[in-house]
Design a protein around this ligand. Structure first.
Ligand code: IVH
Length: 700
């Protein structure tokens, strides 16, 4: 992979601070996609490059690291729905090596740290790096008692019931064992099992998993364990967790013990004594990787001697005594047969390369994204060119380069369409934007169908049983034209059952899945509407702020008037800028969209916002707090953000629902009203105490 140093040492400290914050947010975004949603958008290699840039800049400006410093975090925070488990010994991550030189540096660093000379050898165990998700299994008196995901490294999710369904995990250890044993390893799915699972899903019209890793993660994270039980999951053990493990002095002896207890190990592993052996193991495995039954994304080197491991210790999130040597992205050459344009939910036109089918690292690829007009120009590709297509980890294949220096005779530069290929409306590219958009709105069939597909997708209403193809079919036949029609589909039950390829069973399942979603949390509902720029985070923010669906809708309609009070209330929400506000107001300004929402509300019940059970309750959790008067020690914005971070909701006026009023200097009518309603009133002093101690004396 390209090894550019993306970081400029010429940045001023303030510029570096801004850049670090930007990179940290980006990393957090990709962490969430990877760890919580199982829908990565970038390749592992690109992610590693991103982290590397961050690390390099942070080294130059250590004081400028933001609060969400990714170097201090591992993975992503656990999602709601599972009980939380705190790892008594954090589950760490691994540093990466990409080249032989990186491996040389890894060994050199350890030598220097241990004060060994150049000849000093450090035996390491090399093992395949499984592309799955890590888990910690706790055994009490030999019995599987608790299993947890890695989560953010400190807190994971309790997946005991799910893990109990994985066949190759021993439920009882083979004796002899200690009273307390913690085993760590990777849950994954074999490639062949994954292929069968996806075939079954396709037949049932369910969404397909992108790869075995996502399938494994999605299967483990099922609240309904009967679903997990049907998934062909496996486990490899590779380490011990928090337990008395002094009797195993080497990594090899740990592996032997794990096998004796009944665990499967990630083979082939090899004890290597020097760099030459390490690299030859790596190249051997790399050549073999496609004949292994499971996906691996590299190999892991671990110092064999645990006394040395202990001396070497850790640097922030990763051990100094181990590293992951990653395979580089896989590429292949093929011919660009055509460029077609797809229209997405929000009308964005995405050019897609149609390729002469080619095997890229074991997977046949016949399409790759070209992202947008600029990318086609940057690559300088024309139909007929020979291109290099790359498949890295989980992302959609991309074209990275044109191979031929001269275009084929007669090949013309690609002209990006100025009209939508789906509806013929004008397609325009806004000033400063990369994307070209169809202006057809809902008269555009592509947008209409994509919106419906989004509406039922996993992170939105999560209605299983609608594959993209099925939705398209139902739309074309006029059975589903708008989201509310989904809830009226039962009226066509008999007609559906007689469709070819459907059958009574799958229709029943689909209708049951739809019924189950007649109730939906407010944030899911907002996200499902597919409003431009309203991702899950913003949807949650809006839900939290407006609490109730009707109230939200009325406010959004009122916010259509540019200077209105409702528009101000919307832009007052931290993280909602004028552009996002414009998009929401713009959505509600269209009669058609208002009809869609109103029609839906006749069919379904949207639940009021429920704050997540954060685990750590504060005195402010779930409370409605109002500030009035002048605060002398902090700005209103800071007070608000502090209150929200402690789980409170901040209101602007006093009502029966208000729990606490913080009265600053010269408080006026709000104070009077709060007194009249008997609401708890605290001074700024008490507010500060509350922030630092988490409690305050309640006065009447
Ligand atoms: S050892 C402190 N060994 O890779 C070291 N990890 O990128 C802990 N992984 O979180 C990890 N195969 O999920 C280790 N043979 C192996 C592995 C392995 C896959 C995963 C594991 C870890 C991640 C780090």
């Amino acid at each position: 992979m390209p090894r550019k140093n993306l970081t400029s040492s010429a940045l001023t400290p303030l510029e570096a601070k801004a850049e670090l914050a930007r990179l940290a947010d980006l990393i957090a975004h990709h962490d969430t996609l990877y760890h919580q949603k199982d829908t990565p958008e970038i390749s592992d290699a690109d992610y590693d490059t991103l982290r590397k840039s961050y690390r390099a800049l942070r080294e130059l400006h250590p004081d400028m690291a933001p609060a969400n410093d990714p170097e201090k975090l591992v993975g992503a925070a656990p999602s709601a729905g599972f009980k939380k488990v705190t790892h008594t010994l954090p589950m760490l991550s691994l540093g990466n090596a990409f080249t032989d030189e990186d491996v040389h540096d890894f060994i050199g660093r350890m030598r220097r740290f241990l004060n060994l000379d150049d000849a000093g050898e450090i035996p390491v165990v090399a093992e395949p790096k499984i592309d799955g998700l890590s888990a910690a299994l706790h055994y009490h008196n030999g019995k599987l008692a608790l299993a947890a995901t890695r989560g953010d490294g400190t807190t994971g999710e309790d997946i005991t019931a799910n893990v109990a369904t994985i066949h190759n995990i021993p439920k009882n250890l083979h004796a002899p064992y200690l009273a307390k044993v913690e085993v760590r390893g990777e849950i994954f799915m074999d490639r062949a099992d994954f292929a069968i699972l996806n075939q079954q899903r396709e037949a049932k019209g369910e969404t397909l998993f992108a790869n075995p890793r996502n399938a494994a993660a999605g299967s483990v994270r099922q609240l309904d364990t009967s679903i997990t039980a049907k998934r062909p999951l496996r486990f490899f053990a590779y380490a011990l967790g928090d337990m008395d493990s002094a009797q195993w002095p080497t990594q090899i002896s740990i592996r032997t013990q794990l096998a004796r207890w009944g665990f499967a190990l990630n083979e082939p592993a090899k004890l290597c004594t020097n760099e030459k052996e390490i690299l030859s193991y790596y190249h051997h495995i790399e050549a073999q990787r496609h004949s292994l039954p499971f996906d691996i994304d590299g190999v892991v080197y671990k110092v064999n001697d645990r006394t040395l491991q202990e001396r070497l210790g850790f640097v922030s999130r990763a051990p100094r005594w181990a590293t992951a040597h990653k395979f580089s992205a896989e590429q292949a050459e093929t011919r660009l047969n055509d460029i077609i344009v797809q229209v997405g939910r929000t009308g964005v036109l995405t050019p897609v390369a149609e390729l002469e089918p080619v095997n890229v690292g074991g997977v046949m690829v016949s399409r790759a994204t070209l992202h947008n007009q600029d990318e086609i120009e940057r690559l300088g590709v024309r139909v007929g060119d020979i291109v290099i297509v790359q498949r890295a980890g989980d992302v959609i294949p991309q074209i990275v380069e044109r191979k031929n220096s001269i275009h084929q005779h007669g090949a013309r530069p690609y002209v990006f369409p100025t009209t939508c290929p789906a509806c013929g409306s004008l397609a325009i590219r806004e000033e400063g934007m990369a994307a070209t958009r169809c202006t057809g709105g809902l008269i555009c069939p592509a947008q209409a169908v994509e919106r419906l597909i989004h509406f039922v997708s996993r992170d939105a209403l999560n209605i299983d049983g609608f594959g993209a193809q099925r939705m398209r079919e139902l739309w074309e036949d006029g059975l589903i034209k708008s989201p509310a029609d989904i809830f009226r589909l039962h009226q066509h039950k008999t007609g559906l059952e007689s469709r070819s390829g459907w059958g009574a069973l799958s229709v029943n399942k689909l209708l049951a899945a739809i019924e189950a979603r007649r109730h939906a949390p407010l944030e899911k509902f907002i996200f499902a509407l597919g409003i431009r720029q309203i991702g899950q985070v913003t949807a949650r923010l809006l839900a939290k702020h407006y609490q109730n669906c009707t109230h939200w809708r009325n406010e959004m309609i009122a916010a259509g008037v540019p200077e209105s009070a409702a528009r101000l209330r919307l832009t007052d929400i931290e993280q909602i800028g004028p552009l996002v506000a414009n998009d929401i107001a713009g959505f509600f300004a269209e009669q058609h969209n208002r009809d869609v929402v109103n029609d839906l509300l006749k069919e379904m019940q949207v639940e009021d916002y429920q704050p997540p059970d954060s685990g750590s309750q504060t005195a402010l959790s779930g409370k409605l707090i109002v500030f009035t008067g002048t605060l002398e020690h902090m700005s209103r914005a800071e007070a608000k953000s502090k209150a929200e971070s402690m789980g409170a909701q901040v209101g602007s006026s006093i009502s029966q629902k208000t729990n606490i009023l913080v009265a600053g200097k010269d408080a006026g009518s709000k104070l009077v009203k709060a007194q009249a309603l008997g609401i708890t009133i605290i001074s700024e002093e008490e507010w500060l105490t509350l922030l630092s101690t988490g409690t305050f004396d309640v006065r009447g």
